[in-house]
Design a protein around this ligand. Sequence first.
Ligand code: TNX
Length: 552
Amino acid sequence: MTPLPEAPVSIESPATPHPDSAPARLNGEPAVLLTDVVPAPTRVRPDPAATFTLRPDTTIRCGRQPGAVAVAEHLAELLRPATGYPLPVGPLDGEPPGDLRLLLTNLPAVGTDGYRLTVTPTRVTLAAPTPTGLFHGVQTLRQLLPWQIESRTPVARAWTVPGGEITDTPRFAYRGAMLDVARHFFDVPDVLRFIDHLARYKLNHLHLHLTDDQGWRIAIDRRPALTRAGAATQVGGGEGGYYSKSDYRRIVRYAAAHHITVVPEVDMPGHTHAALTAYRELAPDDTVPAPYTGTEVGFSSLALDRETTYEFLADVLGELAELTPGPYLHIGGDEAFHVPGPEFAAFVTRAQSLVAATGKIPIGWHQLAAAEHRPGRILQYWGTSGEDPLLAAAVRCGDRVILSPADRCYLDMKYDPQTPIGHDWAGTIDVQRAYDWDPDSHLDGVPVGAVLGLEMPLWTESVTTMEEIEFMLFPRLPALAELAWSPRSARDWPALSRRLTAQAWRWTEAGITFHRAPELPWPVPAQRRPDSDSSANSGSATEAGPAADPGH
Ligand code: TNX
């Protein structure tokens, strides 16, 4: 047998850990435990006597089903750069020791999206009833390898996986995050990187807020001025931008390969100023306004009493439905402050019918509750009071709810008053506040059976770069992903804070910017972050990550 390379004696440089760090994590690298995974799996049975070690000749084996082969290839691509091993994907026959096996198999205990991972000294077996379950298991396996697995170049060390068995199944079917590409435009590579972050933590929906007062970001062939005039700027007056249809298809394909469904949003009847700059007949006063680059909300509306508006919406929703393989179209519906209640309800009822005519299911912000129920309709709650009688009534009619309470889930809220970017209208949200609440009982009159899941929106009025996106996401996104995925009984703030800080080694190695939230016991050596300030909220949005370590 080829001798395994020695593990390096220590990481880059001596740690200067937070005084509260667990002793086991102070010197050298942290040993990965089966219980370290974020989000916490449903059931973990460690076998401390068993450790699996990847070998230079390890093969990733799976059945012939294309979905399984695609997940096996994904796993190989994750592991090849750091290990430097070839890790071919091969068939299940033979199965010498040392291999990783991916099995598509009936496993009623884990539902459709769950998996079972079994690690013995001779092999790793990942079993799931669907490719999606296998994909989730791969994300777990990735976290069980040493943190250097995130390196883009080969690292000479032993690639161990702690022994035992994990059986895992999601708590909620809908686990999402939203990116506002209207206030500031983010190009395709940024969106793909955002998708990577969702996939890592087993989120399965990407909501793209494609249109708002400041910009229209998706090409619609029958309405070319939307992207000619409507996409030319953004908050603060930058150049804006938009996705061509092929850009959008690329995003959808990449998301699908990561078992993520894209939920496109065209916000209406408010938040439509950019569309009015493109088509005069959409404007209530029939005049083309100047582009808007500020951050006020609630001032715009489509003309609700003209048929041209509904023809426009049919064109837009029709083309968007054609581009979108997922079942949903999001029609916004928030903050239409200048539209009287009855007109708003009548408008939404028509807009919902236009969505249904495309074969899709309407989702909207919870203000849609004012309009008629439609079979399958989903309302996204973004309030802060935990009660909304109209929403509760809609739920009694059969609507389901995605929870995005702004005072828990809004990733654009500041962590604390010193956070250099973000909002505070829903308060500040530190990591514990994001995590320590119960989706089952959050909304009065909305039983847990009506809660489809959780979504974490990132509005981008003040967020302008990928580093800033990541700074607002990490570590809150993984914490919220745990609420969405892990069983209710697993919620344990001290345990999560330890597991989150262990993730920071991976984020650093992967070049992901994160916020060194002061309430967490960070073990990552500060030296890896030359531009960081030892006080957690230094005013820099690049406390770690690409800027800190451009070599990755
Ligand atoms: C409210 S939340 C909005 C957005 C803003 C956000 C800023 C919601 C449905 N509408 O238009 O960007 O606050 O936090």
